[in-house]
Design a protein around this ligand. Sequence first.
Ligand SMILES: Nc1ncnc2c1ncn2[C@@H]1O[C@H](COP(=O)(O)OP(=O)(O)OP(=O)(O)O)[C@@H](O)[C@H]1O
Ligand SMILES: [Mg+2]
Length: 234
Amino acid sequence: MSLLQTTGLRASYGQVDVLLGIDIEVNQGEMVVILGANGAGKTTTMRAVSGTIPRSGSIVFDGHEIVTQNAESIVRLGIAHVPQGRGTFSDLTVEENLRIGAYIRKDSVESDIERWFETFPRLGERKSQKAGSLSGGEQQMLAIARALMSRPRLLLCDEPSLGLAPLVTQELFGVLKSLNQQEGLSVLLVEQNANLALKIANKVYLLETGQVVASGDAESIAGDERIRRAYLGG
Ligand SMILES: Nc1ncnc2c1ncn2[C@@H]1O[C@H](COP(=O)(O)OP(=O)(O)OP(=O)(O)O)[C@@H](O)[C@H]1O
Ligand SMILES: [Mg+2]
């Protein structure tokens, strides 16, 4: 069942058109990865879906047209966005950041905080520490946990592995994969590391200068000659 479907999605910054008509679909329970070079429009696609920039075309989420909705309504409908560069509040503690993530609801906040401290023990150990003093990997975990506090059905995650050591990246992707497989959380993930992406994705879209130039399941994408040359080193 289709959870998110963008059709002819366009966005620009000032006079510059960046998304030239993007069609992307995420089905319920899928892990979908967007690959693409720097500047291809990956982050802009995520912002367009989460309603943090003006956009046009169509974005249907769970049967609702959301292209005209604002960011807060979109969170309430069930989409959470972990922006590139993390976006936690550095002067607030780990626990305060998680509370902010639950701003759209009041019930079960305490038990959800405990739950994410169990999933990310390093956050639990540092719950009173200011987010700004966490390591890069810990901040990324906090950013994801904070997004999950809104109990989304779709998690948008923009390059969570950026700047992280391979082991931390593995840990992070392990958590995303288990949330996806065990709890049916649908995920739309931007990732530069094609090898990593192809390991965990059900479906992959390749973006080039604001357009989808290839898409398919991870296996067929991994076999695509263009992708091998540009992203997999051979
Ligand atoms: N706020 C902005 N104002 C003007 N142009 C912007 C802005 N943000 C992004 N752009 C431009 O839009 C294009 C797409 O940027 P975007 O951030 O979506 O790329 P990306 O695929 O996420 O790249 P990266 O892999 O480097 O994160 C780039 O040419 C970029 O310079
Ligand atoms: Mg980006």
